[in-house]
Design a protein around this ligand. Structure first.
Ligand SMILES: [Zn+2]
Length: 281
């Protein structure tokens, strides 16, 4: 799943590899997919793409916003996707949900796995789109200060039962953090995902803040997590601490065996010792 580290990596690579390339033709791919989200009919994608030039790509949470100059934005990401740059037609996937063919006979393909977005919006439509959130600060930006993060907790009612996991990935949510990045962040912060957010001490909140910044930064510097691939179809070099293959293996910090559970619609991995479930109802 593309989350902030992978989106950041792919956006950088798109800017470096694709900026200035002219689109000979582009389309919504050759394989309809139930959970591929588009914003216009196929013929409009084709008409808009033809003859346009790729501009800079930026990031909004786990979305990649690639400028299609002069007036459009291609928005990719939002779930499970492969976004791959091809130097020739020989490596094109047989089934794809978006294809851009550039005038130098290189290509960009998007393949949706699970669900994903390939929105083509006029620039004036971007800010208002339901997938886009320009109001929230990126957790790696200067605006994501300790004060900002601690302020998110003040919005919780005293009897709010929402867990740390819900707080992090849903409401209020940290932009670009999903159930993937969450695992190592909570391990680093030594917090159990089921802990009620309202019950965290000040020290725990600050530990969580620091873990968000440090773990995401490390993931970005590693070109994404080792579970995901970049624009060149290479896995990221950030080695995840908690994932399915370490269940039962010793925790890197305290040697207790890592446990797995299902919670809020996804797997959670925890060290039962470091991430003690104190305060659980
Ligand atoms: Zn541990």
């Amino acid at each position: 799943m593309i989350e902030l580290p992978e989106a950041t990596t792919i956006a950088r690579q798109m800017s470096a590899e694709l900026k200035g390339k002219c689109i000979a033709d582009g389309n919504r791919g050759n394989a309809p997919h139930k959970f591929a989200f588009y914003s216009r009919p196929p013929e409009e994608y084709a008409a808009i793409f033809e003859g346009k030039t790729m501009g800079e790509a930026t990031v909004n949470g786990w979305l990649i916003l690639a400028s299609v100059e002069p007036a459009h934005t291609l928005i990719l990401g939002c779930g499970g996707e492969r976004i791959i740059y091809h130097h020739s037609a020989t490596s094109l996937p047989k089934k794809r949900q978006l294809l851009l063919h550039f005038t130098d006979d290189t290509y960009l393909t998007v393949t949706v796995q699970g669900w994903g977005a390939a929105l083509l919006l006029h620039q004036s439509e971007v800010a208002g789109h339901r997938f886009v959130n320009l109001a929230k600060p990126s957790p790696l930006s200067d605006a994501f200060t300790p004060d900002y993060f601690l302020g998110l907790f003040t919005g919780l009612a005293k009897d709010d039962r929402a867990s740390v996991k819900y707080f992090m990935i849903s409401e209020p949510g940290v932009l670009g953090v999903g159930n993937g990045c969450l695992q190592d962040i909570l391990w680093q912060a030594r917090l159990h995902p089921r802990r009620p957010a309202v019950g965290l001490t000040s020290a725990e909140k600050l530990r969580l803040y620091t873990a968000i910044r440090e773990v995401l930064q490390e993931m970005v510097e590693g070109g994404g997590r080792d579970s995901d691939r970049d624009l060149c179809n290479c896995p990221g070099s950030y080695k995840r601490i908690l994932h399915s293959k370490v269940v039962g293996q010793p925790c890197l910090r305290c040697s207790a065996p890592i446990e797995k559970a299902t919670y809020l619609g996804g797997a959670i991995y925890v060290c039962p010792s470091c991430q003690a479930a104190t305060g659980l109802e």
